[in-house]
Design a protein around this ligand. Structure first.
Ligand code: NAP
Length: 470
Protein backbone atom coordinates (compact mmCIF):
# COMPACT_ATOMS: atom_id res chain seq x y z
CA UNK A 1 0.00 0.00 0.00
CA UNK A 2 1.27 3.51 -0.83
CA UNK A 3 1.95 5.70 2.19
CA UNK A 4 0.60 9.27 2.26
CA UNK A 5 4.08 10.81 1.80
CA UNK A 6 4.80 8.49 -1.12
CA UNK A 7 1.46 9.53 -2.60
CA UNK A 8 2.49 13.18 -2.35
CA UNK A 9 5.56 12.65 -4.47
CA UNK A 10 4.07 10.23 -6.95
CA UNK A 11 2.16 11.92 -9.72
CA UNK A 12 -1.44 11.01 -10.55
CA UNK A 13 -2.47 9.66 -7.14
CA UNK A 14 -5.43 10.57 -5.00
CA UNK A 15 -3.31 12.84 -2.82
CA UNK A 16 -1.27 14.27 -5.69
CA UNK A 17 -3.44 14.52 -8.81
CA UNK A 18 -1.79 15.20 -12.14
CA UNK A 19 -2.75 18.85 -12.74
CA UNK A 20 -2.83 19.98 -16.33
CA UNK A 21 -3.75 23.37 -17.78
CA UNK A 22 -5.15 23.49 -21.32
CA UNK A 23 -4.96 26.85 -23.06
CA UNK A 24 -7.89 27.13 -25.47
CA UNK A 25 -11.34 25.50 -25.45
CA UNK A 26 -11.74 24.61 -29.12
CA UNK A 27 -11.84 21.07 -30.56
CA UNK A 28 -8.15 20.29 -30.02
CA UNK A 29 -8.33 21.42 -26.37
CA UNK A 30 -11.41 19.30 -25.71
CA UNK A 31 -9.96 16.23 -27.45
CA UNK A 32 -6.81 16.62 -25.33
CA UNK A 33 -8.99 16.81 -22.19
CA UNK A 34 -10.93 13.71 -23.29
CA UNK A 35 -7.74 11.68 -23.77
CA UNK A 36 -6.20 12.93 -20.51
CA UNK A 37 -9.30 12.18 -18.45
CA UNK A 38 -9.16 8.51 -19.45
CA UNK A 39 -6.54 8.12 -16.70
CA UNK A 40 -7.48 8.34 -13.00
CA UNK A 41 -6.37 11.22 -10.79
CA UNK A 42 -6.05 13.73 -13.57
CA UNK A 43 -7.37 17.30 -13.07
CA UNK A 44 -7.87 19.58 -16.04
CA UNK A 45 -8.28 23.35 -15.94
CA UNK A 46 -9.19 24.64 -19.40
CA UNK A 47 -8.62 28.36 -20.00
CA UNK A 48 -10.17 30.53 -22.70
CA UNK A 49 -9.87 34.25 -23.32
CA UNK A 50 -13.62 34.37 -24.09
CA UNK A 51 -16.36 33.63 -21.55
CA UNK A 52 -17.70 31.04 -24.03
CA UNK A 53 -16.13 27.66 -24.83
CA UNK A 54 -15.84 25.64 -28.10
CA UNK A 55 -13.57 27.94 -30.15
CA UNK A 56 -14.20 27.74 -33.89
CA UNK A 57 -17.20 25.45 -33.45
CA UNK A 58 -19.00 28.45 -31.97
CA UNK A 59 -17.19 31.28 -33.76
CA UNK A 60 -16.19 29.69 -37.07
CA UNK A 61 -18.60 26.96 -38.21
CA UNK A 62 -21.23 28.54 -40.45
CA UNK A 63 -24.70 29.13 -38.94
CA UNK A 64 -26.34 27.09 -41.71
CA UNK A 65 -24.25 24.04 -40.70
CA UNK A 66 -26.00 23.11 -37.44
CA UNK A 67 -25.12 19.41 -37.72
CA UNK A 68 -21.41 20.19 -37.51
CA UNK A 69 -22.08 22.18 -34.32
CA UNK A 70 -23.61 19.11 -32.66
CA UNK A 71 -20.06 18.08 -31.80
CA UNK A 72 -20.49 20.52 -28.88
CA UNK A 73 -22.59 17.81 -27.21
CA UNK A 74 -19.43 15.68 -27.05
CA UNK A 75 -17.45 18.60 -25.60
CA UNK A 76 -20.22 19.33 -23.11
CA UNK A 77 -20.03 15.77 -21.84
CA UNK A 78 -16.27 16.09 -21.38
CA UNK A 79 -16.75 19.40 -19.56
CA UNK A 80 -19.19 17.78 -17.11
CA UNK A 81 -16.68 15.04 -16.19
CA UNK A 82 -15.30 15.12 -12.69
CA UNK A 83 -11.77 16.50 -12.75
CA UNK A 84 -12.59 19.12 -15.40
CA UNK A 85 -12.95 22.88 -14.85
CA UNK A 86 -13.47 25.71 -17.36
CA UNK A 87 -11.95 29.12 -16.68
CA UNK A 88 -13.25 31.55 -19.27
CA UNK A 89 -12.51 35.26 -19.69
CA UNK A 90 -8.85 34.65 -18.81
CA UNK A 91 -6.24 35.55 -21.42
CA UNK A 92 -3.03 33.58 -21.16
CA UNK A 93 -0.16 35.88 -22.05
CA UNK A 94 -2.00 38.86 -20.51
CA UNK A 95 -3.93 37.95 -17.33
CA UNK A 96 -1.64 35.00 -16.63
CA UNK A 97 1.74 34.16 -18.08
CA UNK A 98 2.84 30.78 -19.35
CA UNK A 99 5.47 30.82 -16.58
CA UNK A 100 2.72 31.21 -13.94
CA UNK A 101 0.81 28.31 -15.49
CA UNK A 102 3.92 26.14 -15.56
CA UNK A 103 4.43 26.84 -11.83
CA UNK A 104 0.82 26.04 -10.96
CA UNK A 105 0.49 22.84 -13.03
CA UNK A 106 2.53 19.73 -13.75
CA UNK A 107 1.89 20.16 -17.47
CA UNK A 108 0.51 22.84 -19.79
CA UNK A 109 -1.07 22.06 -23.18
CA UNK A 110 -1.36 24.94 -25.63
CA UNK A 111 -4.41 24.52 -27.86
CA UNK A 112 -5.00 28.12 -28.88
CA UNK A 113 -5.51 27.52 -32.62
CA UNK A 114 -4.47 29.88 -35.40
CA UNK A 115 -6.36 33.14 -34.84
CA UNK A 116 -4.30 35.24 -37.28
CA UNK A 117 -4.58 35.53 -41.06
CA UNK A 118 -2.15 34.90 -43.87
CA UNK A 119 -1.48 38.07 -45.80
CA UNK A 120 -1.50 38.49 -49.55
CA UNK A 121 1.21 41.15 -49.35
CA UNK A 122 -0.19 43.17 -52.25
CA UNK A 123 -0.99 46.89 -52.61
CA UNK A 124 -4.49 47.85 -51.50
CA UNK A 125 -4.90 44.92 -49.10
CA UNK A 126 -5.81 47.35 -46.30
CA UNK A 127 -8.30 49.48 -48.29
CA UNK A 128 -11.78 50.00 -46.80
CA UNK A 129 -13.93 47.25 -48.31
CA UNK A 130 -11.08 44.70 -48.26
CA UNK A 131 -11.70 42.31 -45.36
CA UNK A 132 -10.28 39.06 -44.11
CA UNK A 133 -12.63 36.08 -44.14
CA UNK A 134 -11.93 35.82 -40.39
CA UNK A 135 -13.51 39.26 -39.84
CA UNK A 136 -16.63 38.38 -41.84
CA UNK A 137 -17.04 34.93 -40.29
CA UNK A 138 -16.48 36.33 -36.77
CA UNK A 139 -19.02 39.10 -37.47
CA UNK A 140 -21.88 36.88 -38.64
CA UNK A 141 -21.11 34.31 -35.94
CA UNK A 142 -21.35 36.89 -33.16
CA UNK A 143 -17.69 36.75 -32.06
CA UNK A 144 -17.18 39.70 -29.68
CA UNK A 145 -13.94 40.77 -31.43
CA UNK A 146 -15.70 41.56 -34.72
CA UNK A 147 -19.00 43.18 -33.76
CA UNK A 148 -17.80 46.73 -34.50
CA UNK A 149 -16.56 45.73 -37.95
CA UNK A 150 -18.54 47.32 -40.80
CA UNK A 151 -19.24 45.57 -44.10
CA UNK A 152 -20.66 47.79 -46.84
CA UNK A 153 -22.95 45.35 -48.62
CA UNK A 154 -24.38 48.04 -50.92
CA UNK A 155 -22.12 46.84 -53.78
CA UNK A 156 -23.24 44.47 -56.54
CA UNK A 157 -19.99 42.56 -56.90
CA UNK A 158 -17.88 40.86 -54.23
CA UNK A 159 -14.63 38.99 -54.74
CA UNK A 160 -13.55 36.12 -52.50
CA UNK A 161 -9.85 35.31 -52.81
CA UNK A 162 -8.99 31.65 -52.10
CA UNK A 163 -10.73 28.35 -52.77
CA UNK A 164 -10.84 26.58 -49.41
CA UNK A 165 -13.82 25.74 -47.19
CA UNK A 166 -13.70 29.12 -45.44
CA UNK A 167 -14.05 30.82 -48.84
CA UNK A 168 -17.00 28.48 -49.49
CA UNK A 169 -18.62 29.60 -46.21
CA UNK A 170 -18.12 33.29 -47.00
CA UNK A 171 -19.49 32.92 -50.54
CA UNK A 172 -22.47 30.84 -49.38
CA UNK A 173 -23.46 33.30 -46.63
CA UNK A 174 -23.25 36.17 -49.16
CA UNK A 175 -25.32 34.19 -51.68
CA UNK A 176 -27.97 32.66 -49.43
CA UNK A 177 -31.42 34.31 -49.27
CA UNK A 178 -31.73 35.79 -45.83
CA UNK A 179 -34.95 33.88 -45.07
CA UNK A 180 -32.88 30.68 -45.11
CA UNK A 181 -30.49 32.19 -42.55
CA UNK A 182 -33.07 33.62 -40.14
CA UNK A 183 -33.85 30.29 -38.40
CA UNK A 184 -30.12 29.62 -37.77
CA UNK A 185 -27.93 30.91 -34.94
CA UNK A 186 -26.52 33.71 -37.13
CA UNK A 187 -26.34 36.86 -35.01
CA UNK A 188 -29.10 39.41 -35.33
CA UNK A 189 -27.04 42.38 -36.52
CA UNK A 190 -25.53 40.30 -39.34
CA UNK A 191 -28.83 38.91 -40.56
CA UNK A 192 -30.34 42.40 -40.67
CA UNK A 193 -27.34 43.73 -42.62
CA UNK A 194 -27.50 40.75 -45.00
CA UNK A 195 -31.23 41.40 -45.53
CA UNK A 196 -30.26 44.77 -47.06
CA UNK A 197 -27.36 43.31 -49.09
CA UNK A 198 -27.14 44.34 -52.75
CA UNK A 199 -24.44 41.76 -53.55
CA UNK A 200 -25.49 39.89 -56.71
CA UNK A 201 -22.23 38.57 -58.19
CA UNK A 202 -19.67 36.72 -56.12
CA UNK A 203 -16.37 35.80 -57.77
CA UNK A 204 -14.35 33.05 -56.07
CA UNK A 205 -10.76 33.25 -57.22
CA UNK A 206 -8.29 30.35 -57.24
CA UNK A 207 -4.64 30.93 -58.04
CA UNK A 208 -4.39 27.33 -59.27
CA UNK A 209 -6.79 25.14 -61.29
CA UNK A 210 -10.02 23.29 -60.54
CA UNK A 211 -8.12 20.10 -59.64
CA UNK A 212 -6.16 21.97 -56.95
CA UNK A 213 -9.15 23.77 -55.37
CA UNK A 214 -9.15 22.98 -51.62
CA UNK A 215 -12.93 22.77 -51.13
CA UNK A 216 -14.13 19.44 -49.79
CA UNK A 217 -16.54 17.94 -52.31
CA UNK A 218 -19.63 18.24 -50.10
CA UNK A 219 -19.02 21.94 -49.43
CA UNK A 220 -18.47 22.63 -53.15
CA UNK A 221 -21.63 20.78 -54.18
CA UNK A 222 -23.57 22.76 -51.59
CA UNK A 223 -22.65 25.95 -53.43
CA UNK A 224 -24.60 24.63 -56.41
CA UNK A 225 -27.72 24.21 -54.29
CA UNK A 226 -28.13 27.67 -52.78
CA UNK A 227 -31.71 28.86 -53.34
CA UNK A 228 -32.20 31.50 -56.05
CA UNK A 229 -28.52 31.37 -56.89
CA UNK A 230 -26.59 29.79 -59.72
CA UNK A 231 -23.00 28.53 -59.64
CA UNK A 232 -20.97 29.08 -62.79
CA UNK A 233 -17.57 28.38 -64.22
CA UNK A 234 -15.95 28.71 -67.61
CA UNK A 235 -15.76 25.41 -69.54
CA UNK A 236 -12.36 26.51 -70.90
CA UNK A 237 -10.97 26.36 -67.35
CA UNK A 238 -11.78 22.65 -67.29
CA UNK A 239 -9.29 21.89 -70.10
CA UNK A 240 -6.65 20.58 -67.74
CA UNK A 241 -2.89 20.47 -68.25
CA UNK A 242 -1.35 16.95 -68.49
CA UNK A 243 0.01 17.05 -64.91
CA UNK A 244 -3.43 17.93 -63.50
CA UNK A 245 -4.96 15.05 -65.49
CA UNK A 246 -2.32 12.79 -63.95
CA UNK A 247 -3.20 14.11 -60.47
CA UNK A 248 -6.86 13.27 -61.08
CA UNK A 249 -6.05 9.63 -61.81
CA UNK A 250 -4.28 9.17 -58.49
CA UNK A 251 -5.93 6.80 -56.01
CA UNK A 252 -6.00 9.56 -53.36
CA UNK A 253 -7.62 12.16 -55.62
CA UNK A 254 -11.21 11.20 -54.91
CA UNK A 255 -12.17 14.65 -53.60
CA UNK A 256 -10.56 16.42 -56.58
CA UNK A 257 -12.33 14.09 -59.04
CA UNK A 258 -15.67 14.86 -57.38
CA UNK A 259 -14.88 18.58 -57.42
CA UNK A 260 -14.03 18.55 -61.14
CA UNK A 261 -17.32 16.76 -61.83
CA UNK A 262 -19.14 19.47 -59.86
CA UNK A 263 -17.30 22.22 -61.74
CA UNK A 264 -18.33 20.54 -65.04
CA UNK A 265 -21.97 20.79 -63.92
CA UNK A 266 -21.42 24.45 -63.00
CA UNK A 267 -20.01 25.03 -66.52
CA UNK A 268 -23.12 23.70 -68.27
CA UNK A 269 -25.01 26.01 -70.62
CA UNK A 270 -28.16 25.45 -68.54
CA UNK A 271 -26.46 27.12 -65.59
CA UNK A 272 -25.18 29.99 -67.73
CA UNK A 273 -28.69 31.00 -68.72
CA UNK A 274 -30.55 30.09 -65.53
CA UNK A 275 -32.48 32.97 -63.96
CA UNK A 276 -31.33 33.66 -60.39
CA UNK A 277 -31.01 36.58 -58.00
CA UNK A 278 -27.35 35.81 -57.33
CA UNK A 279 -24.47 34.28 -59.24
CA UNK A 280 -21.38 32.52 -57.93
CA UNK A 281 -18.50 32.65 -60.44
CA UNK A 282 -15.65 30.19 -59.94
CA UNK A 283 -12.46 31.49 -61.55
CA UNK A 284 -9.13 29.72 -61.82
CA UNK A 285 -5.48 30.40 -62.54
CA UNK A 286 -5.71 34.01 -61.37
CA UNK A 287 -3.52 35.72 -58.79
CA UNK A 288 -4.47 39.06 -57.26
CA UNK A 289 -1.73 41.59 -57.97
CA UNK A 290 -3.39 44.62 -56.37
CA UNK A 291 -6.65 45.73 -54.79
CA UNK A 292 -7.50 49.12 -56.24
CA UNK A 293 -9.52 52.14 -55.24
CA UNK A 294 -9.43 55.57 -53.60
CA UNK A 295 -11.71 55.76 -50.58
CA UNK A 296 -12.71 52.10 -50.95
CA UNK A 297 -12.27 49.05 -53.14
CA UNK A 298 -13.25 49.57 -56.80
CA UNK A 299 -11.48 46.64 -58.49
CA UNK A 300 -8.95 43.85 -58.21
CA UNK A 301 -6.14 43.40 -60.71
CA UNK A 302 -5.55 39.73 -61.50
CA UNK A 303 -2.61 38.11 -63.29
CA UNK A 304 -3.29 35.04 -65.43
CA UNK A 305 -1.25 32.08 -64.17
CA UNK A 306 0.13 28.86 -65.53
CA UNK A 307 0.85 25.80 -63.42
CA UNK A 308 4.43 24.68 -63.13
CA UNK A 309 5.91 21.70 -61.29
CA UNK A 310 5.43 18.04 -60.57
CA UNK A 311 2.28 16.11 -59.80
CA UNK A 312 0.73 17.42 -56.53
CA UNK A 313 3.39 20.12 -56.31
CA UNK A 314 2.20 22.38 -59.10
CA UNK A 315 2.66 26.06 -58.29
CA UNK A 316 0.92 29.03 -59.88
CA UNK A 317 3.27 31.22 -61.90
CA UNK A 318 1.93 34.62 -62.95
CA UNK A 319 2.27 35.52 -66.61
CA UNK A 320 2.31 39.00 -68.17
CA UNK A 321 -1.40 39.07 -68.95
CA UNK A 322 -3.45 41.16 -66.47
CA UNK A 323 -7.15 41.83 -66.14
CA UNK A 324 -9.13 44.18 -63.94
CA UNK A 325 -12.22 42.87 -62.18
CA UNK A 326 -14.51 45.69 -60.94
CA UNK A 327 -15.91 45.04 -57.44
CA UNK A 328 -16.80 46.90 -54.26
CA UNK A 329 -15.91 44.25 -51.70
CA UNK A 330 -13.03 41.84 -51.25
CA UNK A 331 -12.79 38.96 -48.79
CA UNK A 332 -9.29 37.54 -48.38
CA UNK A 333 -9.70 33.86 -47.52
CA UNK A 334 -6.18 32.56 -48.00
CA UNK A 335 -5.80 30.62 -44.76
CA UNK A 336 -5.19 31.43 -41.14
CA UNK A 337 -1.99 31.67 -39.17
CA UNK A 338 -0.86 30.88 -35.65
CA UNK A 339 0.22 33.71 -33.40
CA UNK A 340 3.14 33.77 -30.96
CA UNK A 341 2.33 33.29 -27.30
CA UNK A 342 4.73 35.15 -24.95
CA UNK A 343 7.02 32.69 -23.23
CA UNK A 344 6.70 29.92 -25.85
CA UNK A 345 8.88 29.29 -28.91
CA UNK A 346 7.29 30.19 -32.27
CA UNK A 347 8.31 29.56 -35.85
CA UNK A 348 7.47 32.78 -37.71
CA UNK A 349 7.88 31.06 -41.06
CA UNK A 350 5.32 28.30 -40.56
CA UNK A 351 3.24 30.06 -37.88
CA UNK A 352 3.37 27.11 -35.48
CA UNK A 353 4.98 26.27 -32.13
CA UNK A 354 7.96 24.01 -32.95
CA UNK A 355 7.24 20.61 -31.46
CA UNK A 356 8.04 16.91 -31.57
CA UNK A 357 4.83 14.86 -31.30
CA UNK A 358 3.30 17.71 -29.30
CA UNK A 359 6.32 18.36 -27.05
CA UNK A 360 7.17 22.08 -27.33
CA UNK A 361 10.75 22.59 -28.40
CA UNK A 362 13.19 25.31 -27.45
CA UNK A 363 16.38 25.34 -29.52
CA UNK A 364 15.44 21.83 -30.65
CA UNK A 365 15.06 20.45 -27.09
CA UNK A 366 11.74 19.57 -25.40
CA UNK A 367 10.63 22.04 -22.74
CA UNK A 368 9.65 19.90 -19.70
CA UNK A 369 5.89 19.94 -19.07
CA UNK A 370 4.99 22.14 -22.07
CA UNK A 371 2.89 20.67 -24.88
CA UNK A 372 0.91 21.78 -27.92
CA UNK A 373 -1.97 20.47 -30.00
CA UNK A 374 -4.27 21.45 -32.89
CA UNK A 375 -3.69 24.16 -35.49
CA UNK A 376 -0.93 25.83 -33.45
CA UNK A 377 0.86 22.45 -33.48
CA UNK A 378 0.44 21.38 -37.12
CA UNK A 379 -0.88 24.44 -39.00
CA UNK A 380 -4.45 25.34 -40.04
CA UNK A 381 -5.41 22.16 -41.86
CA UNK A 382 -7.99 19.42 -41.60
CA UNK A 383 -11.55 19.14 -40.35
CA UNK A 384 -12.76 19.22 -36.72
CA UNK A 385 -12.25 15.47 -36.27
CA UNK A 386 -8.62 15.73 -37.45
CA UNK A 387 -7.89 17.30 -34.08
CA UNK A 388 -8.83 14.17 -32.18
CA UNK A 389 -5.89 12.11 -33.49
CA UNK A 390 -3.62 15.12 -33.13
CA UNK A 391 -4.54 15.56 -29.46
CA UNK A 392 -4.29 11.83 -28.78
CA UNK A 393 -0.69 11.99 -30.06
CA UNK A 394 0.14 14.92 -27.74
CA UNK A 395 -1.48 13.20 -24.75
CA UNK A 396 0.52 10.02 -25.49
CA UNK A 397 3.67 12.17 -25.27
CA UNK A 398 2.49 13.62 -21.94
CA UNK A 399 1.92 10.18 -20.41
CA UNK A 400 5.24 8.92 -21.81
CA UNK A 401 6.98 11.85 -20.08
CA UNK A 402 5.00 11.65 -16.84
CA UNK A 403 7.61 9.71 -14.89
CA UNK A 404 10.22 12.37 -15.70
CA UNK A 405 8.05 15.37 -14.71
CA UNK A 406 8.58 17.11 -11.37
CA UNK A 407 6.00 15.36 -9.14
CA UNK A 408 5.83 18.07 -6.44
CA UNK A 409 2.16 18.84 -5.77
CA UNK A 410 0.81 21.85 -7.68
CA UNK A 411 -2.05 24.10 -6.67
CA UNK A 412 -3.70 24.44 -10.11
CA UNK A 413 -6.28 27.23 -10.41
CA UNK A 414 -6.55 27.54 -6.62
CA UNK A 415 -3.05 29.04 -6.62
CA UNK A 416 -3.92 31.50 -9.37
CA UNK A 417 -7.29 32.92 -8.26
CA UNK A 418 -5.74 36.00 -6.63
CA UNK A 419 -3.70 36.84 -9.77
CA UNK A 420 -6.61 36.13 -12.15
CA UNK A 421 -9.03 38.43 -10.40
CA UNK A 422 -6.45 41.04 -9.33
CA UNK A 423 -8.04 43.68 -11.59
CA UNK A 424 -11.58 42.63 -10.77
CA UNK A 425 -11.88 40.40 -13.84
CA UNK A 426 -14.74 37.88 -13.63
CA UNK A 427 -13.55 34.32 -14.23
CA UNK A 428 -16.29 32.34 -15.99
CA UNK A 429 -16.86 28.77 -14.81
CA UNK A 430 -18.61 26.04 -16.81
CA UNK A 431 -21.71 26.65 -14.68
CA UNK A 432 -21.54 30.33 -15.70
CA UNK A 433 -21.28 29.25 -19.34
CA UNK A 434 -24.37 27.06 -18.88
CA UNK A 435 -26.20 30.19 -17.68
CA UNK A 436 -25.01 32.14 -20.74
CA UNK A 437 -26.06 29.21 -22.92
CA UNK A 438 -29.58 29.14 -21.39
CA UNK A 439 -29.92 32.89 -21.78
CA UNK A 440 -28.97 32.67 -25.49
CA UNK A 441 -31.39 29.80 -26.11
CA UNK A 442 -34.17 31.76 -24.45
CA UNK A 443 -33.40 34.83 -26.57
CA UNK A 444 -33.59 32.66 -29.70
CA UNK A 445 -36.87 30.88 -28.86
CA UNK A 446 -39.39 33.60 -29.90
CA UNK A 447 -37.56 33.99 -33.21
CA UNK A 448 -37.51 30.26 -33.94
CA UNK A 449 -33.71 30.22 -33.67
CA UNK A 450 -31.62 27.67 -31.72
CA UNK A 451 -30.08 30.64 -29.91
CA UNK A 452 -29.59 34.36 -30.22
CA UNK A 453 -25.95 34.79 -29.27
CA UNK A 454 -24.74 37.39 -26.84
CA UNK A 455 -22.11 39.23 -28.82
CA UNK A 456 -20.44 41.34 -26.14
CA UNK A 457 -18.31 40.03 -23.29
CA UNK A 458 -19.99 42.31 -20.73
CA UNK A 459 -23.43 40.96 -21.72
CA UNK A 460 -22.15 37.41 -21.32
CA UNK A 461 -20.79 38.22 -17.86
CA UNK A 462 -24.09 39.92 -16.94
CA UNK A 463 -25.99 36.76 -17.96
CA UNK A 464 -23.69 34.65 -15.76
CA UNK A 465 -24.05 37.11 -12.83
CA UNK A 466 -27.82 37.24 -13.22
CA UNK A 467 -28.07 33.48 -13.00
CA UNK A 468 -25.74 33.39 -9.97
CA UNK A 469 -28.08 35.84 -8.16
CA UNK A 470 -31.30 34.01 -9.11
P1 NAP B 1 -7.28 26.36 -47.01
O1 NAP B 1 -8.10 25.15 -47.12
O2 NAP B 1 -5.81 26.19 -46.78
O3 NAP B 1 -7.51 27.24 -48.34
C1 NAP B 1 -6.78 28.42 -48.57
C2 NAP B 1 -6.98 28.86 -50.01
O4 NAP B 1 -6.28 30.09 -50.18
C3 NAP B 1 -6.41 27.89 -51.07
O5 NAP B 1 -7.24 27.91 -52.18
C4 NAP B 1 -5.04 28.52 -51.38
O6 NAP B 1 -4.56 28.21 -52.65
C5 NAP B 1 -5.41 29.99 -51.32
N1 NAP B 1 -4.24 30.86 -51.14
C6 NAP B 1 -3.28 30.79 -50.19
N2 NAP B 1 -2.39 31.78 -50.34
C7 NAP B 1 -2.79 32.50 -51.42
C8 NAP B 1 -2.28 33.63 -52.10
N3 NAP B 1 -1.18 34.24 -51.67
N4 NAP B 1 -2.95 34.09 -53.18
C9 NAP B 1 -4.07 33.48 -53.62
N5 NAP B 1 -4.62 32.39 -53.02
C10 NAP B 1 -3.97 31.91 -51.93
O7 NAP B 1 -7.75 27.32 -45.80
P2 NAP B 1 -9.20 27.65 -45.23
O8 NAP B 1 -10.23 27.77 -46.27
O9 NAP B 1 -8.95 28.81 -44.32
O10 NAP B 1 -9.56 26.37 -44.34
C11 NAP B 1 -8.75 25.97 -43.22
C12 NAP B 1 -9.14 24.56 -42.78
O11 NAP B 1 -10.43 24.59 -42.17
C13 NAP B 1 -9.25 23.59 -43.93
O12 NAP B 1 -8.74 22.35 -43.54
C14 NAP B 1 -10.74 23.51 -44.19
O13 NAP B 1 -11.17 22.30 -44.81
C15 NAP B 1 -11.29 23.65 -42.78
N6 NAP B 1 -12.68 24.13 -42.81
C16 NAP B 1 -13.66 23.20 -42.94
C17 NAP B 1 -14.99 23.60 -43.05
C18 NAP B 1 -16.06 22.56 -43.22
O14 NAP B 1 -15.83 21.40 -43.03
N7 NAP B 1 -17.28 22.93 -43.59
C19 NAP B 1 -15.32 24.95 -43.05
C20 NAP B 1 -14.29 25.88 -42.92
C21 NAP B 1 -12.98 25.45 -42.81
P3 NAP B 1 -3.38 27.11 -52.85
O15 NAP B 1 -4.04 25.79 -52.75
O16 NAP B 1 -2.83 27.43 -54.18
O17 NAP B 1 -2.39 27.34 -51.72
Amino acid sequence: MTSFTEGMTTLATESNPFRIAIVGSGPSGFYAAEALLRRPHVRIDMFDRLPTPFGLVRGGVAPDHPKIKQVCLVYDKIARSSGFAFLGNVTIGKDLSIAQLRDAYHAVVIACGAPGDRRLGIPGEGLPGSHTATEFVGWYNGHPDYQDHKFDLSHHTAVVIGQGNVAADVARILATPVDCLRPTDICEAAVEALARSCVRNIHIIGRRGPVQAKFTSVELKELGKVRDCVALCDAADLHLNPTSIEELTDIHADESRKNVETFRAFASSANATAPAARRLHFRFLETPISINGGGGVSSVTLAKNTLVGQKFEQAAVAGPSLLELPCGLVFRSVGSRGMALPGVGFDECSGIIPNAKGRCLDAGKPVPGLYVTGWIKRGPTGLIGTNRADSVETVASIFEDMAALDPAPRPGAAGLRAVMSADGARVISYKDWQAIDSCERERGRPKGKPREKLTHVLDMIAAADQSAHD
